[in-house]
Design a protein around this ligand. Sequence first.
Ligand code: MEV
Length: 329
Amino acid sequence: MKKIVVSAPGKLMLFGEHAVVYNRPCLVGAVNQRLFVEAEKISEKKIFISAPDLKISDFSVSLNDLNKEQPKEVKFVLETVKNFFQKYNIESGLKIKTESQISSEYGFGSSSAVTVCSIKALSGLFQIEMKEKEIFDLAYKTVLALQDVGSGFDIGAAIYGGVIYFLTGGKIIEPLKVKDIPLIVGYTGFKTSTSEIVKQVKAEMEKNPEYYENLYNQIAQIIEKAKAAMENSNWPEIGKLMSENQEILRKFKTPSKEYGVSSEIIEKLIDACQKAGAFGAKLSGAGVGDCIIALGEDKEKIEKAISQAGGRPVSVKIDYQGLKIEKIW
Ligand code: MEV
């Protein structure tokens, strides 16, 4: 095999953000914005990367310099290559091209998607059979080395697709039988730093561990109910559970005393969704900004309400296809 193209979807947290960092489950959905990696073996002892979406056209690094600090646009790909070569005792020049439909505006997980795609592309090129869980473990190791916090749920979504029940670090990854979720997504207008918020929550949690353990236990209970409701396509029940999950996220004591990991704009968008007939709504991800999600039958009406409340509807659906090979030469 000379050349390979693979793709993986982005993600949206449906239930369980923050709690999943502390050994509780979450439910995550893959979204139909995909990332593509094309990889080719070359004889020169260098890695060439082009990533037009990130305005990288002619980056190259010698194989001997893979241990050095790399620019942020290429560091996930290069850390993956380094870890893959180390694990399988390989050394080869490569030409890699990434192309993304995953908007960098929202936190849809392009770093995880590029990491799992790179592993799959390399396993194809060097004909190393890797099970999904092995891809997960190598991707999780790679991502953790670069961003120091994270439960790995985004990697799970990129590999498995659809909706998964996921426990911290991939201790459980269970694809759920879910179809046609009436999901609506709204963007607050600004992105937030997940690692900043996770660190703030951690600092506060260290002051009052019992308070947070209790909140996480409540979230975990909601997730068990949401999992059952998903498998029965019980959307009104899932909507109600989303609102319950949101209520707990408001009880965090940071970053805001008033809203916890939620915020005024998130509350405004959620309120607008509910008034427009949504079954329920919540923030999705670390909180403060980024996206909210809602469940409801009248998508048009709810999206209009999001716009009128100052947000922006984001047109995405659950992608039932996880990591896949697109083309081989
Ligand atoms: C961020 O999208 C979700 C968090 O739970 C962090 C993580 O699970 O890695 C806050």
